[in-house]
Design a protein around this ligand. Sequence first.
Ligand code: URP
Ligand code: ZN
Ligand code: ZN
Length: 493
Amino acid sequence: MSKPILIRGGTLVTADHERRGDVLIQDGLITAVSNEDELDAPAGARVIDAGGAYVMPGGIDPHTHMELPFMGTVASEDFFTGTSAAAAGGTTMAIDFVIPSPQEPLLDAYTKWRGWAEKAACDYSFHVAVTWWDDSVHADMGTLSTKHGVNSFKHFMAYKGAIMCDDEVLVNSFSRAGELGAICTVHAENGELVFALQNRVFESGISGPEGHPLSRPPEVEGEAANRAIRIAEVLGVPLYLVHTSCIDALEAVTRARLEGQRVYAEVLAQHLVIDDSVYRDGDWDRAAHHVMSPPFRPKHHQQALWAGLASGMLQTTATDHCCFCTPQKRMGVEDFRKIPNGTNGIEDRMAVLWHHGVRSGKLTPSEFVAVTSTNAAKIFNIYPRKGSLDVGADADIVVWDPAKHRTISAATHHQNIDFSIYEGMQVVGNPAYTLSRGRVVYDNGQLNTERGTGRYVDRPCHAPYWAAQRLRNETAEALATPVARKRPTPEEG
Ligand code: URP
Ligand code: ZN
Ligand code: ZN
């Protein structure tokens, strides 16, 4: 049992409001929150002076890949190092992905990932990918959602020949998720087009990292986003798009939302601040470090993504943290198609968003909390246990010093990767303290995480009314008003 902690005199920021107050933490939970007045510290409590700081729900990164086996190698960041780096950056929960190989039973893969994650130092949960289909997948989706707290299923529309879903799998899986009250998530890129373009680019003589964005233009993402959205609309199920990187996909999301469809979309901090010029870097390693999918985009997409975030069309921010060190990236030195896809970011998301979002006036502190924590907690049904400062919530808290400077660098970061795609970026606004269920895991530059102290977080399915009802209502009306019609007889034909 950890000793009580009183966070005194900070500005409490939630997705709803900002006000001065104290927060008392006992046994890993928030047990009291004051309104202007001071709380008394219980005997033996540690008192953290938060004067001049913001006290906010810890970040939730809804998209990470720790120790992922992918493209012939394994991501270098494991669940301990990755959640520790997260804590150093103010993030207290990651939702990672179980990704079964084709034909691998979903429950077997889930059990394997749960084992890997036992070393985590902060709380975590899992989306489960559907990469193939048969009756056992249908059954396992039910077991995962009713017995294992999985309310989200992931679909890769790219990575042909590996984990890509075709439309048949999408339709089967979306239908099943609809029955269960789970949410479908998609990596939206047309994998057939990517495959054809990769080959065409390579055969035309481009083998370096600059071939990567050429083979995955925005239209490829826009088409897949629109297709997934339309499939979800027809089947009447909610949808969540991961790593929305371009105007084409954002437009598809915006149109669907304005039509009343329950579609959510995430943007990566990386896509908000880095553009595609990185692929033309004269240094092969530096260019290859940025190979991820979808790729970085021409600069004008960034402005649209910021507008999408500020206007609420994009609800969450993530990192897709999927680290491959330089020797791993060099697996593709002769052929950009073989460079493992993925970049770092879990330690830096909060500071990048504060610096480029809040300090520039694009986001208010409350909006920052919404897009870094609360909205993900609501969409994935763990609110207000996570993403809030409510009494009774888990004490996952970041005490944020808005004046603290940092220059991001691989030389000083805690992520298990030998470079940073943010190398040299100056960010003002960083964590002073991070608390994970009441334990001070980051204390003014000192990382105090412990292996295995993170807990798996169950995410029950939403109540059935949460699912989009449009088609079901139309179908119900059609069933209630059958068409009176005489069938032509064979003689009439
Ligand atoms: O390049 C990426 N994003 N790697 C991780 C797998 C994925 O597509 O999310
Ligand atoms: Zn992806
Ligand atoms: Zn991913």
